[in-house]
Every structure is written in C-alpha cells, then in structure tokens.
Design a protein around this ligand. Structure first.
Ligand code: SAM
Ligand code: SF4
Length: 335
C-alpha cells in the first residue's frame, strides 16, 4: 500500500498551487481591441511548444498535485489537432477538472468532442450583442458565428458555461443589462472583467475606458437582486446569485480587489514560460527543460518545484496614467 502523502506545490507564502492555466497558442482568429494591437507579431512556430510537450508539462503538474487545468490562449481551438491534447489531459489520473476559455468561434465544430474528452466547464468571451459593435471590438469576429458556438456549447451539456465580458466605458457599458439578460435567458453565468494593462495598445486609452466592477454592479443593482455567494475561487473573482434565476454574476477586479493572498494558480505560455503571477514577469523556461532533456520527468518536475520560490507575494496593476507595466499581452499570458 502506498502511504506517501500526496505531493503539494507550496510557495514561500504558504499558498498551495493546484491550478494551471495552459496557453495552447498565442494566435487567435480575433484581435480584440483590449487584448491585441492590429499589427501583432506572434511567436515563431519553432518556439511554440508542441502539443506533445504541452501534454508532458500538464502531466508533470498533475503528478505534483495540480487538480485543475484550464486551456486558454490566444484562441485554443484554432490550434490544429488541439483535440489530441484535450483528450490526453482529460485522461490524466488525479486531474479533477479540465476547463477551457474560448471565443466560441469554433465551438460549433468542437463542443461535443470537448465534452466527450472530459471538459467540464467553458468560459466564453462575449462583449456585445450588436453585430456591428461586436465586429469593431473583435476587429474580425462575426457575432452570428459566436452565438451559434454558444448554442452548440449549451446543446453539448457542459456543467457550467460562463460568459466573460470586458466592459469599456463609452464602448459597451450600455449593454451591461442586455448581456446579463441574455446570459440568464440562456441559463449561463456571466462575469464582468476589468480591463488589465497587459501589453501596450493605441486603439484606446486604457485609463479613459476603465469601467470598474463597482460601476457595473451599480448598473446591475438597478435591475436585478444580487446576493453574495460563498463561492470561493482563490482568484480575483467574486460571485453573486441572481435572485429568481439559477445563474450567477461575477466580477473580476484585479484593480479594485486584491486577491493575491489566496492565489492558487500559475500559467504556462504557449512558448513554455511558466509564469508565476499574471501581474509580474517572474518566469521559468520549461521549454528549455523539455527540449534539452526530453522525457526526463524528474528534471521537469524539479524545475516546477523550484519555480515556486519565485512566486511573488502580490501583483501591482495601475491604469491611472496608462503606464504599461506588463509588456506581455493577454494572448501571450493565457487569460
Ligand atoms: N480567446 C479566448 C477568449 O477570448 O475567451 C481565450 C483567451 S482570452 C486572452 C481570455 C480572456 O482574457 C477573455 O475573456 C478576454 O476578454 C480577456 N482579456 C484579454 N485581454 C484583456 C485585458 N487586457 N484585460 C482584461 N481582460 C482581457
Ligand atoms: Fe483572441 Fe481572446 Fe484575445 Fe479576443 S480576447 S483577441 S478572442 S485571445
């Protein structure tokens, strides 16, 4: 009988890291105005982890006690053969939850297969219900395609589907109630995200567009009764039950609410950088380890264990003066 205690990744501040966000690609079929510039350069393909390397890294984390993996990007579903990775991770023993963040453009094609491969929950980005405006915000996106993707996800029967909405002042703040009603009618949760200063953009001023979670909540309070829930995410989100519905409204407020003391997550970029914090540059190059020492599981796991010492106590975001502190764009980081 194996009596060894299960391994735990613990950092210097005694936080237990059990959640990894894995960016499958930095590329995307959309170019949302808060996420990318219109002339982005993407990582050269040779520098992006292969799906097999990603699978090895995921397996190493799960053996080290990670119980939840979220696949993200860029747009994870535009990577060719992505289902082979989803299926591999879905079968890792010890993993309790496999989730995905997507812009829904490819969900008509993949929703059923994702569910069959073990994906439990999906987060879908949706910032507008007006086709013209949706196209302006995403630069390339077609609303009908995304709405069909959402319907396909609902039909596939995931445990929970959550819409992610970034509200920009003067851009889509007049749609807060419509987007929430849409979510409730479809039986989905909705989470409002404050724009974060990740990457230098010139399409708009991040400080002038900033619309706080408290402002969103004030709008919602005019039409819904929100009751705070006990749902604990260890992240920047707070959730409320919407009275009279089975759904929740959430707020991701990296500016207004500090959540670092309970942070349980790390991120792996598409090029294999293990990022210890969304708001700092501390990282470890896991690609170098998997390429220099292929299939050396012990070495890869030791690199991950050692990296825990680099996890900083807290992040520092500040959009007051549009000063960009984080050079990474969100598509690099993995949202
Ligand atoms: N492409 C997928 C999507 O859009 O859902 C997954 C990756 S995307 C980077 C993940 C989330 O990050 C999306 O919900 C998006 O709205 C959010 N996001 C991107 N850039 C952001 C920024 N600068 N501030 C806040 N949220 C951002
Ligand atoms: Fe693509 Fe998602 Fe970034 Fe929009 S937010 S550009 S959909 S990665």
């Amino acid at each position: 009988m194996n009596t060894a205690k299960p391994f735990k990744l613990i950092d210097r501040f005694n936080r237990h890291v059990d959640y990894v966000r894995l960016s499958v690609t930095d590329r995307c079929d959309f170019q949302c105005v808060y996420c990318m510039t219109d002339d982005m350069t993407f990582v050269h393909r040779s520098k992006v982890l292969t799906l097999e390397e990603m699978g090895q890294i995921a397996a190493a984390f799960v053996e080290l006690g990670v119980s939840k993996i979220r696949l993200t990007g860029g747009e994870p579903l535009i990577r060719s053969n992505v289902m082979s990775l989803v299926e591999h991770i879905g079968q890792l023993s010890g993993l309790k939850e496999l989730t995905l963040t997507s812009n829904a453009s490819q969900l008509q094609k993949y929703a059923m297969a994702l569910k069959a491969a073990g994906v439990k929950r999906i987060n879908i980005s949706l910032d507008s219900l007006d086709g013209e405006r949706f196209h302006q915000i995403t630069r390339t996106g077609r609303l009908e395609q995304v709405l069909s993707g959402i319907d396909a996800a609902i039909a596939a029967g995931f445990e929970r589907i959550k819409l992610n909405t970034v509200i920009l002042k003067g851009r889509n703040d007049d749609e807060i109630l419509d987007l929430t009603r849409f979510a409730m009618e479809k039986g989905l949760d909705i989470c409002f995200i404050e724009e974060m200063p990740l990457g230098a953009i010139n399409e708009h001023s991040r400080s002038l567009s900033f619309f706080s979670s408290d402002e969103v909540k004030a709008v919602l309070d005019s039409a819904f009764t929100l009751q705070e829930t006990a749902v604990q995410t260890n992240g920047p989100s707070r959730y409320y039950d919407v009275l009279g519905t089975k759904n929740r409204v959430g707020f991701i407020s990296p500016h207004s609410h500090n959540f670092c003391s309970s942070c349980n997550r790390v991120r792996v970029t598409a090029e294999g950088r293990l990022l210890l914090c969304l708001g700092n540059e501390y990282s470890v190059d896991l690609r170098q380890v998997v390429r220099e020492f292929p299939h050396d599981k012990k070495r890869l796991q030791q690199a991950i264990i050692d990296a825990m010492d680099l996890k900083p106590e807290r992040h520092h975001f500040d959009v007051e003066d549009d000063g960009v502190q984080i050079v990474r764009f969100m598509n690099m980081t993995g949202g």
